[in-house]
Ligand binder design. Structure first.
Ligand SMILES: [Zn+2]
Length: 420
């Protein structure tokens, strides 16, 4: 009997944990409300942005401007305390590919949109690209990696602070910052909307939910990032900016998304699912700004597109002129730390020697990056000094690469040609 009671208690705990996790799907509304309470000037900024948004939409409805594809530079900060959290470059690139499909209406599953909504489906003409220049003008692949002793962030913005074991944002005016970490608290992710303090700006996503075939059964198609970036570009949930819309007074400020009472979860929703008197328009449960499983979220509407493009032409406009995607010359511009680094022979056919003129650099890190930005070789704990250290690049195919060396005395990049 005692065992049965324990079993029932355990089951109840699992069930309540599961419900809790569902309720915490996305924390954007709560985070924004928290900041609105903490920072009185935020409400005024948000009101200005909303006024601008409405004006911009009225001025640009169906205009030529909306046909220009806008590209947002992205930096992904991977914050990890285990190898599972240290997701690969390929996993990150798969997420960027998903964003570029979802925001261009090119996702294959878009055919699943029920007929009633098909004429509202948008090609948002927004795309994303990993940054090629970091804030100091160094070449970058748009990914930073930080090993931390923090195993669970419990939904805290401390992940955005280097001093707390996270990683400081790159300037929010120039980059969309995405932190991938063990977010905790049953959360998939959260974002801040335009107008927020730049130190907090950006998107946080749980490492299990980032990219294609990620470490989750139900949130494995990268739609958490699609959803959170929708918030970053000034979208609300379909039920409005608050957690609860049981009296149906709130709205998302988008004309072609029906008013909706609450989130729809899972994948078993069938049309029509009515609430708030939306009748045959129904809850738009396949919209990215609802809470369904990844495989049941397919589209943004034209109205949501207009709001997001208003954001990129208004409060987020600096992203378009940031230089983060400019030709930070790969393999052409070489930068060296104060202690000069020599790499020879160059060209090399495999055995390559690295030597440092003036300093001893213990625990240096080395990465070799190809011209498309992929890391093709890496080595930690390299000891650089007067005596040359040998690395083996014989696995690389013929071509030009960038050697990026991080030492105690700074970061160096050297161009190297491989002939194999
Ligand atoms: Zn959300």
């Amino acid at each position: 009997m005692k065992h049965i009671v324990s079993l029932i208690i355990a089951l109840l705990l699992i069930i309540s944990e599961f419900s809790f996790a569902q309720q915490q799907h996305c924390f954007t509304s709560e985070k924004m409300q928290e900041q609105l309470a903490a920072d009185p000037s935020l409400a005024a900024r948000r009101a200005d942005i909303e006024a601008f948004t409405q004006r911009w939409i009225a001025d640009n409805a169906n205009e030529e401007e909306q046909r220009e594809v806008l590209t947002i530079p992205v930096v992904v900060h991977v914050i990890y305390s285990s190898s599972a959290m240290n997701i690969s470059d390929d996993q990150i690139i798969s997420q960027i590919d998903i964003l570029n499909k979802d925001y261009r209406g090119q996702n294959a599953d878009i055919s699943g949109v029920p007929n009633i909504w098909s004429n509202r489906v948008a090609d948002c003409e927004i795309q994303f690209s990993l940054a090629t220049c970091d804030p100091n003008g160094y070449w970058t692949n748009g990914i930073t990696r930080t090993e931390t002793s923090v195993t669970n962030w419990n939904g805290s913005d401390d992940v955005k602070v280097t001093a707390f074991g996270g990683h400081d944002p790159w300037p929010a005016a120039d980059y969309l910052n995405i932190w991938v970490c063990n977010i905790g608290s049953g959360l998939l992710g959260y974002a801040y909307q335009p107008g927020i303090n730049p130190n907090l700006d950006g998107v946080v996503i749980g490492y299990r939910y980032f990219g294609l075939d990620s470490q989750s059964n139900t949130y494995d198609l990268g739609r958490t990032a699609t959803h959170e970036i929708g918030h970053y570009l000034n979208l609300d949930h379909l039920w409005g900016p608050f957690g609860d819309n049981s009296n149906c007074t709130a709205d998302d400020g988008v004309t072609d998304t029906p008013k909706q009472m609450e989130p729809n979860y899972g994948c078993n929703n069938t049309y029509p699912h009515e609430s708030c008197g939306n009748g045959s328009n129904s809850d738009m449960f396949n919209n990215y700004m609802d809470y369904g499983n990844d495989q049941c979220l397919f589209f943004f509407t034209n109205g949501q597109k207009s709001r997001m493009r208003a954001a990129i032409n208004g409060p987020r406009a600096s992203l378009l002129n940031s230089g983060a995607l400019s030709q930070c010359p790969v393999g052409i511009e070489e930068r060296l730390p104060e202690a000069s680094i020599n790499v020879y022979p160059n060209p090399s056919s495999g055995a390559t020697f690295i030597q440092c003129d003036r300093w001893n650099n213990l625990n240096s890190q080395l990465r070799v990056i190809d011209l498309s930005g992929r890391v093709v070789f890496s080595q930690n704990d390299l000891i650089l000094g007067h005596a040359a250290t040998e690395i083996d690049l014989s696995e690389l195919s013929t071509g030009t690469y960038v050697l990026e060396i991080v030492t105690d005395n700074g970061i160096g990049t050297k161009k190297i040609n491989i002939i194999n």
